[in-house]
Ligand binder design. Sequence first.
Ligand code: NAD
Length: 260
Amino acid sequence: MARFDGKVALVTGAASGIGRGIAEAFAREGGHAVIADLNRDAAEATARAINAAGGAASAVAMDVTDETQVDDGVEAIVARTGRIDILVSNAGIQIVKPVQEFSLAEWRKMLAIHLDGAFLTTRACLRHMYAQKSGAIIYMGSVHSKEASKLKAPYVTAKHGLMGLSKTVAKEGAAYNVRSNVVCPGFVRTPLVEKQIPEQAATLGLTEEQVIRDVMLRDTVDATFTTIEDVAEAVLYYAGFPTNALTGQSMVVSHGWHMG
Ligand code: NAD
């Protein structure tokens, strides 16, 4: 029997990058992966690819900042699958610039996707997890849940904020056998990071190679990017952990960039 046989995992932002890798990993281990993403076509294509590879997946179009879309999306999943066992709150974006150059609209957009999205998906899933008396929530944090970097004020603020939400959910969820944890990756070469390399090079007056070597990987132990597979492995570890011994925690997966 595979580790996630019969389990339903909702992964937000799963049409690309880390979220897609997590959904594929759940499906490989017997779970039903629900690909939730703003990008409907990409979400459906991802689900089709997982099904074609022999896994089980379905897609739901969802803007995680939209209360109705999140509530309706989660109800549709439960109507289809009968349950929801795992939420991976992963959808995210990045906007890079100095604090004084952020518009209020940009600040709010960042906090809405990372924090409102985490809250809304958590609330919608908890209703079912509490009724089932079981569940696991994993938030996609970052080394920026623990450290700050220049040019990333709203991202660092939001990623720190997820730690507070997760710890509170861990306390409230324990009586219902619902666990909550945060995975904190270092830099992973996804579209989100590929976009930042030229942007940071322009803002900091560096070459792209310098941004990678002297900014992104400077504090790692081996000048190596974390991979999507590394992050998925950590998420699945939390998702499959059988008791409340491991709740309210965070795991940094960053080639030693942050040592907590
Ligand atoms: P990505 O850009 O490859 O994928 C993000 C996905 O989220 C996209 O498919 C996008 O359509 C979706 N999305 C964006 N806004 C959304 C919304 N409002 N509703 C639903 N879906 C939405 O990015 P990624 O690098 O895979 O990042 C995934 C998560 O991992 C983010 O939370 C990010 O902050 C975090 N993270 C990334 C890195 C890294 O180095 N790539 C490091 C640490 C943490």
